[in-house]
Ligand binder design. Structure first.
Ligand SMILES: [Zn+2]
Length: 303
């Protein structure tokens, strides 16, 4: 959707409200209290409905990311549009300038959009090939620059950075990624933690690709068929590789450069969710998925 298509689709708040009614209620609003469809839209406040059966009055945005916001709905839609279309999203300052709101409002809107992006049940990867890998992000900024080509001896496994575990369904191009919290013994990432995250999406036996990290020895205790690529020798051996999940990590890391070092592990999961959403809802071959915005609006309903 380009800017002009956007304008046609959402010329005013009423258009946004009609669109949201399609998404949330499949076009037919029902009372939140009694379920009756004898409901009437208030003329002066079109997002508010009144129920003729139980006399309840409710907003169609109750229990959504928009609930407590007084920001214009067209600005909300445009914010979502910009955030989904940018490969790396959009910063609070950019959004502030684009839609004419305060920084605080822009920041809050982005936080709410990320909340919707993470508002999904775990998917299940069935009858497919999965790649599992971990990456390490952030950590306290060190003296001088904290980048990948400094001469600090420890990077990745064994450092103070936060581990993130990712599982990709190679055939359906879907990703599941979770921040792994340090366990009680203070070890950063154990086989048990890896397995917990993998089990969230891989409930039936699958063909699993990993690298040689010893944490993946835990796969022996599962029914998965486990193949490993030795990255010291090569990055791929026929179908044995983890290239898809590695390219996801590259996009994630490029996207959060400059923001994550100021954020806690709690926020890191929100950023990971953001990149998972974009990956899982994009169309391939560089075309924007026209349903990406609708997918986001569906997930904007929180209860
Ligand atoms: Zn009712």
């Amino acid at each position: 959707m380009d800017f002009f298509e956007f304008l046609k689709k959402f010329p005013d708040e009423r258009a946004v409200i009609s669109h949201f009614i399609q998404i949330r209620y499949s076009g037919r609003v029902a009372c939140h209290h009694c379920g009756s469809i004898k409901v009437y839209q208030k003329n002066e406040r079109p997002k508010v409905f009144h129920c003729a059966d139980c006399l309840n009055t409710f907003s169609i945005f109750k229990d959504t990311i928009f609930e407590n916001s007084s920001t214009d709905l067209c600005k909300w839609m445009y914010a979502i549009h910009l955030f989904l279309n940018g490969k790396k999203g959009i910063s609070g300052y950019q959004l502030m300038r684009e839609i004419g709101v305060t920084y605080k409002t822009a920041w809050r809107m982005l936080k709410q959009i990320r909340l919707a992006m993470g508002n999904i049940e775990n998917q299940e990867f069935i009858d497919t090939v999965i790649e599992i890998d971990e990456t390490y992000i952030g950590g306290k900024p060190r003296k001088g620059k904290d980048n990948d080509d400094d001469d600090m001896p420890k990077r990745g496994r064994g450092t103070k950075k936060t581990p993130v575990v990712g599982v990709i369904d190679r055939e359906n191009k879907k990703v599941h990624a979770k921040v792994a919290k340090p366990n009680k013994e203070g070890k950063k990432l154990t086989g048990k933690q890896l397995l917990e995250i993998v089990n969230q999406v891989a409930k039936t036996p699958l063909l699993v690709m990993t690298d040689e990290f010893k944490g993946y020895n835990v796969m022996k205790r599962t029914n998965h068929v486990h193949l490993r690529i030795n990255h010291i020798e090569s990055f791929a051996s026929g179908i044995i590789h983890t290239n898809n999940i590695e390219s996801f990590w590259a996009t994630l890391k490029r996207g959060i450069i400059g923001v994550y070092h100021q954020l806690s592990a709690k926020y890191l999961q929100e950023y990971v969710n953001e990149f998972c959403f974009r990956y899982n809802n994009r169309s391939h071959k560089n075309k924007t998925n026209p349903n990406m915005m609708n997918a986001l609006l569906k997930q904007a309903v929180l209860a």
